[in-house]
Design a protein around this ligand. Structure first.
Ligand code: BTN
Length: 260
């Protein structure tokens, strides 16, 4: 892995220490262990390949060598941030979305935090926290971005159609430049976590806004509604067929557009 390029590229960011691996099980596992061992706020774990990459809801996340960005950021939440722990994933989604928009791509956020290009998943986020004596000790924000075509999983292995940044950009991309842009946006918006501006920025980039969507929970129950936006707790706002507004909280729910 080109760690020699990684360090100078990230010098102007509040990233005090970086651990870079050619191959690792999961950057989130490494980051959680490092957080337990006292890693400072902003510490970063990056890997070229993951052999046991983890996704949400216990799913696997494949990271093929040299084809993707796979990294985990360790955060030591402030007292104010501890009130908004659930917003670190959407913050990461917003940061990735803004970084991709900076490349001229029409990126969108599939609530709560998957990032889509051309309505296909390009980035997944897994935030996990470690607790000690009832207090959050550290938060690990793991981000996986499909960069080259080799990073895109076969269609029969995904829940939602997938694509990659280079496929949409029509050219090759320096992964580390995108990593820098994501981290820069992340730290910029971190200071506004939970603010009205934060929710507006998130809502402005929501995919399927004004469209009928289906939400399905782990029990297999599903319902349709018109996607209105997010409220100031990060819950999804839907207009139901009876005209009532319904709030859906982040949890074990999958969102999809309704096929016409
Ligand atoms: C999802 O969409 O289900 C979330 C995927 C999160 C993948 C990233 S890749 C870097 C970090 N390490 C992991 O094991 N998972 C996250």
């Amino acid at each position: 892995m080109q760690t020699d390029r990684l360090h100078p590229i990230l010098t102007n960011l509040p990233v005090p220490v970086i651990r870079a691996f050619d191959k690792i099980g999961s950057t989130n596992d490494e980051a959680l262990a490092w957080a337990e061992a006292g890693a400072p706020d902003g510490s970063l774990v990056v890997a070229d390949q993951q052999t046991k990459g983890r996704g949400r809801l216990g799913r696997a996340w494949v990271t093929n060598p040299g084809a993707a960005l796979a990294f985990s950021l360790i955060l030591r939440p402030t007292v104010a941030e501890q009130e908004n722990l659930g917003l670190f994933s959407p913050l990461a989604g917003l940061a990735v979305c803004l970084a991709l928009q900076g490349l001229g791509l029409a990126a969108e956020i599939k609530w709560p935090n998957d990032v889509l290009l051309a309505r296909r998943k390009t980035c997944g986020i897994l935030a996990e926290s470690s607790w000690q004596a009832g207090q959050v000790h550290g938060v690990v924000v793991g981000i996986g971005i499909n960069i080259a075509p080799a990073s895109v999983p076969p269609s029969d292995q995904v829940q939602f159609p997938a694509t990659c940044v280079e496929g949409q950009l029509g050219r090759q991309l320096d992964r580390w430049v995108l990593l820098h842009a994501v981290l820069e946006s992340f730290f910029e918006w971190r200071s506004r976590l939970g603010s009205a501006e934060f929710f507006r920025a998130w809502e402005q980039r929501l995919a399927f806004k004004g469209e009928q969507v289906t939400l399905k929970n782990s029990g297999g129950q599903s319902f349709n509604g018109l996607l209105l936006g997010v409220n100031d707790q990060g819950n999804l706002r839907l207009r139901m067929d009876d005209g009532m507004e319904k709030m859906v909280s982040v949890g074990d729910v999958h969102l999809r557009p309704v096929r016409g």
